[in-house]
Design a protein around this ligand. Structure first.
Ligand code: TYD
Length: 211
């Protein structure tokens, strides 16, 4: 059995990842590919419970505990959903993965990248996606989209200040430059259809390289 492909979508708030994850999963299904569409934090019952702790409006965990909880949620997600699906040949489309921890808890929060990667090695055997789609949007576009979506009630992490989110965006950009074999940069400023077309082109390019 050929192992399935693992594709993650990454980016800041309001990049349109969730819409694009759905469009990608639908397009692959239409090609006859078995697809699992999932998200982080979450994707399994245990990880969804951790998600509600992480995103609640309460004071919440401190930075290190937060990083450990994201890694724990991911470990369960990888062990119980992602690896089993890949091993039977299904494709996994994941709305955020470890690069979100590197960008938010690392870039935004200030934890060293090697510590985030160490947690990922311990929790998830260092599993990395075959392709990570970094959807980049201009800050004004992101702001307009999140304002329309959240109507003033963003979660604990999305509600952090502009400086935090600027560091997150900068970190994602750095990862994409440092690891071009693993990332595809996608312009998310246009219509959903335009962004979807760019994503399909990146997925086809990955397949062509690996065929
Ligand atoms: P979600 O509602 O899924 O937001 P979005 O639609 O922007 O993806 O909430 C996920 C939040 O958790 C988001 O603010 C990013 C944050 N996050 C981290 O800080 N670290 C992580 O490892 C992950 C997966 C998410």
């Amino acid at each position: 059995m050929t192992r399935g492909r693992f594709v993650a979508l990454e980016g800041g708030e309001g990049a349109g990842k969730s819409t694009q994850a759905r469009l990608l999963a639908d397009a692959l299904s239409q090609r006859g590919i078995a697809v699992v569409l999932t998200r982080e934090p979450g994707g399994t019952p245990l990880a969804e419970q951790i998600r509600s702790i992480l995103l609640s409006q309460d004071e919440g965990p401190d930075l290190r505990t937060e990083a450990l909880l994201f890694a724990a949620a991911r470990a369960d997600h990888v062990a119980r959903l992602i690896e089993p699906a890949l091993s039977v040949g299904k494709w996994v489309i994941c709305d955020r993965f470890v690069d979100s921890s590197r960008a938010y808890q690392g870039g935004g929060g200030g934890l060293p990248d090697e510590d985030i990667l160490a947690l990922h090695r311990i929790g998830s055997a260092g599993l990395l996606p075959d392709l990570t789609l970094l959807i980049a949007v201009d800050p004004e576009v992101a702001e307009a989209r999140t304002a329309a979506r959240d109507a003033g009630s963003s979660d604990r992490i999305a509600g952090r200040d502009a400086g935090y989110h600027a560091r997150v965006a900068q970190a994602f950009d750095t990862f994409a430059s440092q690891e071009p074999h693993r990332f595809a940069r996608i312009d998310g400023n246009g219509s959903p259809e335009q962004t979807h077309a760019a994503i399909m082109a990146a997925v086809d390019q990955m397949q062509a390289k690996r065929a």
